[in-house]
Design a binder for this molecule. Structure first.
Ligand code: PSV
Ligand code: MN
Length: 406
């Protein structure tokens, strides 16, 4: 991309009243956490295809994550999943992350793979199993203390497959009981981010099925509990950006798990199926970031942007780089929305002008902008190309097949 292309872009945006200096600053400060499990093998319930060079342990997952950060400059932190990333010495894992210029991000408890959790974890009818699940939540709080993590992301597979299988109201009380105990163990700096999912693996009811249930739970627990929006966890056709705006306004949006879905919780690369939805999510966030109330601006500035994907058939590190680039592209486009123009159209009741003011920002080619920002940061203008030419993929091949998998 030539300087000329950027110059033309700048002139075009200045004429629309967009301050490109501010846009560049915002682009530079967007950090996106990547998931340790996105570097390992995964699959569907039909098959896991083992890939060559997949990390064999949590330390190697961080080595791979460091490549994503090296070429994008946007992925300093890495989420861990326990027990997938269980190590004897978390200080050692933390030092390893720091030596790679990374940090350990959200801690994700895993209450869905133990034999005893077949009929539920914190919502199981058996008090001993509920106790075991709660102890795991408390263990994750301790791990977060050791890793210096602020956030603990909670997703529960708890639910039932058939009407009558469980007492829904009792299960709701048990969920609250476990989360309240965990909440009491948090340090003042920590947050609990509560995920929800309409279905799967339970098909009749999920104990935290939608944002309203997570929101209610977070409200009951207190200010350190917030909602985590996983973009793949909604019913078809749901207006996710509306949920985002609502939760921000209630100061309860804690973060995102970005991924794409076509049919269900597909965990595909973010921005590959419905990039416009991602753009509209950023529109709501940016609109709220201009709010007069400091509390709303604080909520926005503390949103944790995280990727939650399973790369089943594609190479893991390039898939993660692609995900980050896709998020940056939609964020860059959303930064080109002229909010004064939108507001003027809203106030005039001009429906078409309002829709146009938002949509047209998504139609600009932001490549010159992103390339200029990357160059300014000392990053390669084309991170994917630079990574693929770096020889890292070849260097990890001797790890062989059969690395970490869920
Ligand atoms: C569940 O589908 C989920 O979105 C949760 O965040 C899990 O922790 C993650 O995927 C990994 O399985
Ligand atoms: Mn998730």
């Amino acid at each position: 991309m030539t300087d000329r292309a950027y110059q033309l872009f700048e002139e075009q945006q200045q004429a629309r009243g967009i301050d490109l200096g501010a846009v560049r600053q915002q682009l530079k400060s967007l950090q996106i956490e990547t998931p340790s499990w996105g570097y390992g093998d995964s699959g569907t319930r039909f098959k896991v295809f083992p890939k060559n060079g997949v990390p064999r342990n949590p330390f190697e997952k961080f080595d791979d994550a460091a490549q994503v950060h090296k070429y994008t400059g946007a992925c300093k932190s890495v989420a861990i999943h326990i027990p997938w990333d269980k190590v004897d010495d978390y200080d050692k894992l933390r030092s390893h992350a720091e030596s790679l210029n990374l940090s350990i991000g959200a801690v994700n408890p895993n209450l869905f793979q133990d034999e005893e959790y077949m009929l539920g974890s914190v919502c199981h009818t058996d008090a001993a199993i509920r106790r075991k699940a709660t102890e795991h939540l408390l263990e994750c709080v301790d791990i977060a203390k050791a890793t210096g993590s602020r956030d603990i992301s909670l997703w529960f597979a708890d639910g039932t497959n058939y009407p009558g299988q469980g007492n829904i109201r009792k299960r709701k009380a048990w969920m609250h009981e476990a989360l309240a105990e965990m909440y009491a163990a948090l340090t003042p700096q920590m947050r609990m981010l509560i995920e929800y999912k309409t279905f799967e693996p339970a098909f009749y009811h999920t104990d935290l099925a939608d944002w309203g249930m997570s929101f209610n739970m977070a409200n009951k627990l207190g200010p350190q509990a917030q909602v985590l929006v996983d973009t793949g966890h909604h019913a078809q056709g749901i207006n996710v950006e509306h949920i985002v705006a609502y939760l921000i306004d209630e100061q309860k949006l804690g973060g995102f798990h970005f991924n794409s879905r076509k049919y269900a919780d597909d965990d595909l690369i973010v921005g590959t199926i419905n990039p416009y939805e991602l753009f509209l999510i950023f529109y709501q966030i940016l609109e709220a970031s201009q709010d007069d109330q400091g509390a709303i601006r604080d909520t926005v500035s503390n949103i944790a942007y995280m990727i939650d994907q399973s790369h089943n058939i594609e190479r893991k590190i390039p898939a993660m780089i692609r995900s980050v680039l896709n998020v940056q592209t939609q964020y860059a486009k959303a930064l080109l929305i002229n909010h004064d123009e939108v507001r003027a159209a809203q106030e005039a009741g001009d429906v078409l002008a309002a829709e146009d003011a938002v949509r047209k920002a998504s139609e600009f080619d932001v490549t010159p902008l992103l390339q200029a920002v990357r160059e300014e940061q000392g990053l390669p203008a084309d991170p994917m190309k630079a990574y693929l030419e770096s020889g890292y993929e070849e260097s990890i091949a001797p790890r062989g097949k059969g690395g970490a998998s869920w």
